[in-house]
Design a protein around this ligand. Structure first.
Ligand code: NAD
Length: 469
């Protein structure tokens, strides 16, 4: 088997050959990614079923179509993103050609997590290809069936000197990170992100960190409880709650909680039936380790389990669970849940709720459910989060024209569509100057004088551009 460093060298040699630079090459590879996914859709769905018992509907939506839609969007637009962007000039640069040139970074490492094991490798791959990079993919070992399928398909569909997959767990990834990359795009947990940053620091490699966190869902003011419960339950229990942007917990007043609970119960029964364990639309927890972690949270909580709470270790099943009377220092509030457990915290006023949301790490997404647009605006203006969505959950991530990424504890950088193209591009500021007007340059050459200084200050000021010529 080819050693990791040989794979990286192969990609670097290919990048230096400039084969990835022409637009036609990028376009052809993007079309190949599309073909790879559409021609192997059944194998992909089967791998996702084996890894996460991912319901077919959810897998098509969140692993296949979301990538295909991103590819279409990128194919339709990337040639305009590649164009030189001419810059505004001042008097001193009036005769120059000044522009921003987007150039690929080089060899990019993309490290993926297990919860959306295809999507979270493919979307960054697509945008890195559009920007002209060579890419090394490292799938998560926790979702091995999807990982092996990606490793099998990529060399069949994409240029083998430019794109490769390396599989493995912690040990292999740590070894891989000793190589120099031109960018590391990491999706995963906050804890591991620190090791990624340390490894990147050795080579001064720029990083994108797509991390998790506790995404709050504030329900307040006038609300249609039935609709709010349906949207909340769908967003929370999609992929068995294992979404980085799933509403982690609900914040609402006691009165709203009491009106919401029966509607949540109704939605759960409408969606998953009286026996969700037998429902094909309810996924499973990815691994025994995560099953134990989640059941441990339920054991330790001082809140009151009002729905669900059961688990089946053999099947890695956890029932959709709702917990009330959860305090800020409860076991369920210590860390991101990433599973089918929904704590409800009661906080009476809007201001207290905003203060609460601003106390912790900045979340990846923040949700507010209300019919009052003034409340939506107040929450939007007075909180911070990677993304924001009112009156629904998760859906903002599916629009490729919106940047997707965290801030503070939930990550660094963003991607999707153009934002991914920018992440994987260097913006080279270029000024092309000829040899004309050399006599004017005496204004900046020594011997310096007050008069020369005032001329120079004027010609370099942005205001000078519109005064003359
Ligand atoms: P993880 O950090 O355990 O693993 C992610 C990747 O890092 C895997 O490929 C793994 O092999 C590798 N890895 C693990 N330990 C490592 C180490 N010590 N050194 C180097 N590499 C290592 O994360 P996970 O459990 O796969 O994913 C869950 C986390 O990812 C959650 O926090 C979730 O919120 C977050 N997430 C974020 C997004 C986002 O878009 N922001 C999307 C999905 C998941």
């Amino acid at each position: 088997m080819e050693a990791q460093s040989q794979v990286v060298d192969r990609l670097r040699t290919a990048f230096r050959s400039r084969v990835t630079i022409p637009e036609e090459f990028r376009r052809a590879q993007l079309i190949q990614v599309m073909a790879m996914i559409t021609e192997n859709q059944e194998a992909i769905l089967e791998a996702l079923q084996k890894d996460l018992s991912k319901p077919r509907f959810e897998a098509v939506m969140s692993e296949v179509d979301i990538v295909i839609n991103d590819i279409h969007h990128v194919l339709d637009n990337f040639s305009s993103w590649m164009k030189l962007e001419y810059a505004a000039k001042n008097f001193a640069t009036k005769l120059d050609t000044c522009f921003v040139k987007r150039e690929p970074l080089g060899v990019v490492l993309i490290i993926g997590p297990w919860n959306y094991p295809l999507q979270l490798l493919m979307i960054p791959l697509v945008e890195a290809i559009a920007a002209g990079n060579c890419v090394l993919l490292k799938p998560s070992e926790v979702s091995p069936h999807t990982g092996s399928l990606v490793a099998e398909l990529i060399p069949k569909y994409l240029h083998q000197d430019c794109f490769a997959v390396v599989c493995g767990g912690v040990e292999e990834t740590v070894a891989l990170l000793k190589n120099r990359f031109d960018h590391i795009f990491y999706t995963g947990s906050k804890t591991v992100a620190r090791s990624i940053l340390q490894a990147a620091a050795v080579h001064l490699t720029p990083v994108t960190l797509e991390l998790g966190g506790k995404c709050p869902c504030l329900i307040t003011g006038r609300v249609n409880m039935a609709a709010a419960a349906r949207r909340l339950v769908w967003a929370k229990f999609f992929n068995a709650g294992q979404s980085c942007i799933a509403p982690d917990h609900v914040i609402c007043s006691e009165a709203i909680r009491d009106a919401l609970l029966p509607e949540i119960r109704k939605s759960l029964e409408d969606f998953y039936g009286k026996e969700p364990e037998k429902c094909p639309d309810m996924g499973r927890i990815v691994s025994p380790r995560h099953w134990t972690r989640l059941m441990g949270m339920l054991r330790k909580t001082n809140g009151k389990i009002v729905h669900g709470g059961e688990g089946n270790e053999e099947d890695k099943y956890i029932a959709p669970t709702v917990v009330i009377d959860v305090s800020e220092d409860d076991a369920l509030m210590a860390d991101e849940i990433l599973g089918p457990i929904l704590p409800i915290l009661t906080i009476e006023t809007l201001q207290e709720s905003i203060d609460f949301m601003n106390r912790g790490d900045t979340p990846l997404a923040l949700y507010v459910f209300t019919e009052e647009s003034s409340i939506v605006n107040t929450v939007l203006e007075n909180t911070k989060s990677g993304g924001f969505c009112s009156n629904d959950g998760i859906v903002h991530m599916a629009l490729p024209t919106l940047p997707f990424g965290g801030i503070g504890g939930s990550g660094i950088g963003s991607y999707h569509g153009r934002w991914g193209f920018e992440t994987f591009s260097h913006r080279r500021g270029c000024l092309l100057r000829g040899w004309a007007m050399e006599r004017l340059n005496i204004l900046r050459y020594p011997p310096y004088s007050e008069e020369k200084m005032s001329w120079i200050r004027w010609t370099t000021s942005p205001k000078s551009s519109c005064s003359i010529m």
